[in-house]
Design a protein around this ligand. Structure first.
Ligand SMILES: Nc1nc2c(ncn2[C@@H]2O[C@H](COP(=O)(O)OP(=O)(O)O)[C@@H](O)[C@H]2O)c(=O)[nH]1
Ligand SMILES: [Mg+2]
Length: 303
């Protein structure tokens, strides 16, 4: 299977993607074996509030990349999809024109009902697509909670999609995820309020930059439905990717990824029942939280 994946065999890739997505031992072994062949793709995380136009944007970016002759992998992570199957079905229908194109491989991780294990599956799927020779991998996540946002950060470049007229939403987003953006995309620039949104982004940036002294992330406007601004956006994403190609940036990314995987695997090895049992005792003041964590940790180490 390994050989066929490296040769770009689509059927092998689809089979491998399923093994990886389900977090099987075979999938894990495959990624370990393929790992030396990874590191060529540009892996993009695309996040933002529901309805911001992320899927439309991904679709347009895929079209542009295909025109350049580049191959594309798309991973759609939507933890809310079991409750709103329509959204994912909508995505599938919209992306249908890519379905007959072997240069675009799409996987939506809709089957999983919660976020547990998603970092593993997402990263492994991205590495698989990278090894299979995909030039660009796009990971679409709904940026609502910190966990979802962290999934988007598993990529090499994180693109945050915002839309004008979000009102209070902008406040909520500012608080949590403004700092994770490597590139800001103002989508739906055809709607009123794009100027104001850009000013707000710049204001948050100038505050953050004064504190952290880092270079401000570029801001670009697009109209995803019309394909306007997509080429320029892609150029900016590429230049950010190139800047982040050095050794220290790569190291920083892997440190982040390892922390995410470690957190996920540790939490996965403790049962929710055990956590609840300890929480009961702590809430009743029978046990202090430090002892509880220590006991849980000892239990982990004993397994
Ligand atoms: N007016 C306008 N609507 C857009 C634009 N981009 C996407 N939309 C619409 O916004 C809605 C949500 O888009 P979708 O890509 O599914 O958003 P997602 O939830 O972020 O993936 C759809 O009805 C799109 O047609 C845009 O640039 N302008
Ligand atoms: Mg979407």
């Amino acid at each position: 299977m390994q050989r066929r994946i490296l040769d770009g065999d689509l059927r092998a890739l689809a089979q491998a993607a399923t093994l990886v997505e389900n977090q099987t031992v075979a999938g894990r072994d495959l990624i370990a074996a393929l790992f030396p062949q990874t590191g060529r793709a540009m892996i993009m995380g695309i996040t933002g509030p529901p309805g911001a136009g992320k899927s439309t944007l991904v679709d347009q970016l895929a079209k542009t990349l295909r025109r350049e002759g580049k191959s594309v992998g798309i991973i759609a992570v939507d933890p809310s999809s079991p409750y709103s199957r329509g959204a994912i079905l909508g995505d599938r229908i919209r992306m249908q024109d890519h379905h007959s194109d072997p240069g675009v491989f799409i996987r939506s991780m809709a089957s999983r009902g919660h976020l547990g294990g998603v970092a593993w599956s997402t990263l492994d799927l991205a590495l698989l697509l990278d090894a299979a020779g995909r030039d660009v991998v796009m990971i679409e996540t709904v940026g609502v909670g910190q966990d979802e946002v962290d999934i988007a950060r598993l990529g090499d470049v994180t693109v945050l999609v915002l839309v004008p007229g979000m009102g209070d939403d902008v406040q909520a987003i500012k608080a949590g995820i403004m700092e994770i953006a490597d590139v800001f995309t103002i989508n739906k620039a055809d709607l009123p309020g794009a100027d104001r949104l850009e000013q707000e982004i710049r204001a948050v940036q100038s505050f953050a930059d004064a504190v952290e002294r880092k270079e401000a992330a570029p801001v670009r406007r697009v109209i995803a439905t019309d394909g306007k601004g997509i080429d320029e956006l892609l150029t900016v994403i590429r230049s950010v990717f190139e800047k982040r190609g050095n050794q220290s940036a790569r190291l920083e990314r892997w440190a982040f990824r390892l922390r995410e995987l470690l957190r996920e695997s540790l939490l996965a090895s403790i049962s929710e029942d055990d956590i609840q049992r300890h929480a009961d005792l702590v809430a009743a003041k029978v046990k202090d939280p430090y002892t509880a964590v220590e006991e849980l940790r000892d239990q982990l180490l004993a397994t």
